[in-house]
Design a protein around this ligand. Structure first.
Ligand code: BGP
Length: 482
């Protein structure tokens, strides 16, 4: 839409940044923490870039005071971070590890000391390994009660201090990569039926947790975050228009509709049922999902858009070579045979990892969410992964500034168009370990001196140009964006 006068960000807008426990904390065996599935998976040769492991990561566990002080200096209003389940329950259930509780209590207090709103992700992929060994983790319905017990424990300890909760980070990524592409633990390939069943268990765990949270009357907000790549039809050929609708239903609304409406989209469900991939859903499940919807806010992790094109039945599949090398053009087109495929968008630049850079896509995504669900939105991740060069103790990351600036301008447009956006979290505040891409793909506003070698670097924190830029944006309440 065209508006003559530009609007501003709301007064109480939460300018923030995000991270995940496994990617920053390190201290993987300290203070009673149990192993997570990632601690094991990364040790399988060839799974991560240069064999990186998260044993030390960027050592947030010992640097959290320094890092949160830097967040305060930057002016952050919210810090989104995740809690490591095996730090709280080393075996997934049973006795609480009080040292784990103490650590997060300190992190939360440190945030509050600087008036930074803690936004907690309950699950950002680091499942206790013990549960994988005991009953195959997310493959079993047993996990639902263990997850709810873990989440309720967090509500009991931190519910009076934390006002924003995110049940899951990107089940549409961890389930797909874990059960169909073999790129995340448990490393299974093309287990379509299991993948949809796993995703269903995640939905049930989410729903039960939302209901438990509401019963506790804690007066905060609870939502969920998905990886969100809105789509364009390749062109106006009707078959491509339908491919877009199919992509949207199968790849996006299959997840979002549960959070928004408590049900799966019809066309996708019928398709999966016929394929033999639909999850087993009981009447009780249906009722539970319905009761928990809608969430209080929809979290979106936005990095890119996709193009949808009809994919013939003998066309490309999802199993393909991913670009985890940072060599532009090394990724391949993927798709679902007979349904859709996602060719590159010739009108957009890409990152070195072949992610289409599309600021307007963020606006489009917010508009879609608003039209379909009319729910508040938290942009729980957005940022640029790039190779940074340290020169004279400085990082001149104008490319990152340009990326964030252009996305924030479009976010402001979305807000003007009526989207109720409550927060924006840059991914990430400090550099951190990329799950599959080591440390060469950096996202931070603050550089951290280390690389793929576990013994490398001093872990010194160095503010990048983007840090100072974001500081200005926050202090001017977004006015400096123009
Ligand atoms: C999201 C994850 C984050 C983070 C980010 C960047 O999918 O929620 O944890 O990793 O993507 O991804 P990558 O590190 O692969 O570039």
């Amino acid at each position: 839409m065209y508006f003559q006068k530009k609007s501003e960000f709301p007064e109480d807008f939460l300018w923030g940044a995000a991270s995940a426990a496994y990617q920053v904390e390190g201290a993987y065996l300290e203070d009673g923490k149990g192993l997570s599935i990632w601690d094991e998976f990364v040790r399988i040769p060839g799974k991560t870039f240069k064999g990186t492991v998260g044993d030390k990561a960027v050592d947030f566990y010992h640097h959290y005071q320094e890092d949160i002080a830097l967040m305060a200096e930057c002016g952050l209003k919210t810090y989104r971070f995740s809690i490591s389940w095996p730090r709280i329950f080393p075996n997934g259930h049973g006795e609480v590890n009080l040292k784990g509780i103490k650590f997060y209590d300190h992190v939360i207090d440190e945030c509050l000391k600087y008036h930074i709103e803690p936004m907690v992700t309950i699950y950002h992929w680091d499942l206790p390994l013990a549960l994988e060994k005991e009953y195959h983790g997310w493959e079993s319905r047993q996990i639902i009660d263990d997850y709810v017990n873990y989440a309720k424990t967090l509500f009991q300890y931190f519910g009076h201090k934390v006002k924003y909760w995110i049940t899951f980070n990107e089940q549409n990524v961890f389930a797909r990569l874990g059960w169909t592409l073999g790129q995340h633990p448990p490393g299974k390939i093309d287990e379509q039926k299991l993948f949809y069943q796993v995703n269903h268990h995640v939905n049930l765990a989410h729903a039960k947790t939302v209901l438990a949270y509401r019963e506790m009357n804690l007066r905060g907000k609870i939502g969920i975050s998905f990886a969100y790549s809105p789509s364009y039809s390749l062109d106006c050929r009707p078959e491509n228009g339908l491919a877009k609708a199919d992509y949207d239903d199968l790849y996006l609304y299959w997840y979002f509709d549960i959070a928004g409406y408590g049900r799966y989209p019809q066309a996708a469900y019928q398709y999966l049922k016929e394929q033999g991939f639909a999850p087993e859903i009981t009447d009780e499940d249906r009722e539970l999902l319905r009761q928990a919807a809608p969430v209080d806010f929809m979290g979106i992790n936005y990095y890119k858009t996709k193009v949808a094109q009809y994919n013939p039945i003998d066309g490309v599949t999802m199993t393909t070579v991913a670009n985890n090398s940072g060599i532009k053009g090394s990724g391949q087109v993927v798709g679902v045979p007979g349904v859709y495929k996602n060719p590159a968008n010739p009108f957009l630049q890409t990152t070195s990892w072949d992610w289409a850079i599309d600021p307007q896509g963020l606006r489009l995504g917010c508009r879609n969410i608003t039209s379909r669900y009319n729910l508040p939105i938290v942009v729980s991740e957005n940022g640029l992964g790039a190779i940074d060069h340290l020169e004279d103790h400085q990082i001149h990351d104008d490319y990152r500034i340009e990326y964030i600036q252009s996305h924030l301008l479009e976010l402001r447009n979305a807000i003007q168009e009526g989207c109720h956006v409550i927060a924006y979290c840059v991914w990430s505040f400090t550099d951190l370990l990329s799950w599959l891409n080591g440390y060469q793909k950096r996202y931070g506003l603050v550089y951290i001196d280390r690389d793929e070698d576990e013994n490398s670097g001093t872990l010194e924190r160095i503010k990048k140009d983007s840090f100072y830029w974001y500081q200005k944006i926050i202090s001017s309440h977004g006015k400096c964006l123009d």
